[in-house]
Write a protein that binds this ligand. Sequence first.
Ligand code: 0HH
Length: 205
Amino acid sequence: MSNYQLIYFPLRGRGQATRYLFVDNGIDYKEENCAQDWVKTYKPKMPFGQSPLLKDGDFEVAQSNTIMRHLGRKHGLYPSDLQEAAKADMITDHVEDIRGPYVRMIYQNYENGKDDFVKTLPEKLGYIENLFKKWGTEYITTKISFADYILFDLLDTLQILTPTCIDALPTLKAFYDRMASRPNLKKYRETEEFKKMPVNGNGKQ
Ligand code: 0HH
């Protein structure tokens, strides 16, 4: 019996991959919106002064990718094979190498920085395409793992920014479509709750 609470802002941001993992696997969770009175009430209670925070019963986990790995280990979504685990981890780290500049561009330099950021994507996404071709599996590994939700959310976010960014990458596109058509994710992504959620906290996307 799980007792999860996700504390985050009402936006996709760094919380969305966790929502996908919960929804896709039918894991019950509650969400607490920390936007109201963030600075006075929530921020001081966060281990690193930032959200998301996952409460797993009394245990608190911070850092979005750590939250994903923690849930992965608990729910059979972290590969048990060492090499498969390394594949999931390396894609997670590469996604982070894309998400960092994305977040800086969105929050600090959208008007002047968007075009330059978009120009970096063919190379950065091409690396994932090549690995997918080499590994030859439907997901990052043979079975879906925490990292697939992280990659799916990144690809979704990037396509909102630049809709054609994976069109020339057929293996990555097939992965994206495979994730989007998983029944629980498809149903969730059709809800108003999902559709009305902003991607970022400043209205840029
Ligand atoms: N490495 C961390 C992780 O992966 C980074 C977390 C992070 O950047 O979990 N958290 C941000 C929210 S995500 C945070 O807590 C970006 C959404 C920004 C929405 C801003 C709304 C602000 C309302 C006052 N940011 C708040 C902070 O640092 O004080």
